[in-house]
Design a protein around this ligand. Structure first.
Ligand code: TXA
Ligand code: MG
Length: 351
């Protein structure tokens, strides 16, 4: 299959309606289109068409029990796909939609089980991106979209990343340039009594607490308790992973830098190519290996934005091992560390 890559402006006023219409037609006819959102690129299909959802699993090589997020563009479209909208969900939607927050509801009948991985709940999000919103409308209102990577690979934050994974597998990629946030949406389950965060993201527990009061973290997210299974099926898979082994180093900054210098020197001594993930503040302190800055420690949003791209760059440079600094576990840092620990298979060394 030939993959058409269409460059498309993110400026709402000059959105190319012909390109959006062509992409919407592919979706309506049951095909797949990759498109930008504010978090990561998505791989979209008509969420109400079971055969279209099946194609997503096939293109990604994704296990069929891992449910998809349904993307909508208008609040009034929510009621058709969920059986009940809890009061807290209304408040969260008013505050954070469109935006990087996915909510889990009890599903309505018309959402096929192929889209929800067999579950009786459905994940819904309204993305904050003009191209995504226009495509959802052109595609019929309900687009199921996981991140547009091959299952297990880092999520795409550029159209080039989508092409690396999906070229030849899907008919169209809408190229809206680099995404703004860089890690996937926060997922909160509002189908039970107390809202529960199943995947940390840009919208933090503290931000939701301010709007609705009590919110909890899924105990399955705590990496120190392997006996508790995460509630979001996708969180149990090895994920976001680069091809090289990734090891995180934790501790006081100076000690971390010393440790990474020791480890990279050792790696080079045994003939390996090592990669180092440092920050704008620390990169000058590293003496061995291929050193990249992931962003500014003083502004962790920049770290989130560059994380997946840096893992893919190291893949292309075919390094054998990557050593990375670790980050705070508050605010957006919690989401960064959640993704980094998964990419590292939870390998973390104390400096
Ligand atoms: O930012 C995002 O959320 C991106 C963009 C494209 O919107 N999408 C995304 O989708 O990250 P995906 O498929 O890569 O991750 C969806 C996660 C998976 O971990 C899945 O298991 C979980 O959401 N999920 C989906 N539906 C669920 C449900 N009904 N109950 C529990 N977890 C669910
Ligand atoms: Mg994903």
């Amino acid at each position: 299959m030939k993959t058409v890559i269409e460059k498309i402006s993110n400026d709402q006023k000059i959105l190319n309606q012909n390109k959006i219409a062509a992409a919407g037609k592919i979706i309506q006819e049951g095909g797949l289109v990759a498109f930008p959102t504010e978090t990561v690129y998505g791989l979209g299909a008509d969420a109400l068409n079971p055969e279209a959802s099946r194609k997503i699993y096939e293109a990604k090589g994704r296990p069929s029990d891992n449910p998809l997020i349904v993307h909508i563009s208008r609040m009034e479209d929510l009621t058709a796909i969920v059986s009940h909208v809890p009061r807290q969900a209304v408040k969260l939607a008013q505050r954070f939609w469109p935006g990087p927050l996915t909510m889990i509801f009890k599903k309505a009948k018309q959402v096929p089980l192929q889209t929800t991985g067999g579950l009786d709940t459905v994940a819904v999000r309204m993305p904050d991106h003009p191209v995504a919103l226009a495509l959802i409308q052109a595609g019929g209102g309900y687009i199921a979209a996981p991140s547009a990577n091959v299952s297990g690979r880092p999520s795409p934050t550029l159209a080039e990343h989508v092409a690396q994974d999906m070229e030849g597998r899907i008919p169209m990629i809408l190229d809206g340039g680099a995404v703004g946030i860089g890690i996937e949406s926060t997922i909160v389950d509002v189908s039970g009594d107390i809202p529960m965060i199943l995947r940390p993201g840009f919208i933090t527990l503290e931000m939701m607490w301010e709007v609705i009061g009590e919110v909890r973290l899924d105990p399955g997210l705590a990496e120190d308790d392997p006996s508790v299974r995460p509630k979001a099926p996708g969180m149990k898979y090895k994920h976001y992973a680069p091809k090289a082994e990734l090891i995180l180093i934790h501790g006081a900054q100076e000690k971390v830098q010393q440790k990474i210098n020791d480890l990279t020197q050792e790696a080079e001594g045994s003939g390996k190519t090592a990669g180092v993930i440092g920050t704008d503040e620390s990169c000058g302190c590293y003496c061995h290996g291929i050193v990249k800055s992931i962003g500014a420690r003083s502004d962790e949003a920049t770290v989130a934005r560059h994380l997946y791209a840096i893992l893919r760059e190291f893949d292309q440079q075919e390094v054998d091992i990557i050593y990375s600094e670790s980050f705070s576990s508050s605010g957006i840092g919690q989401a960064i560390m959640n993704r980094m620990l998964k990419a590292a298979g939870h390998q973390i060394i104390e400096a």
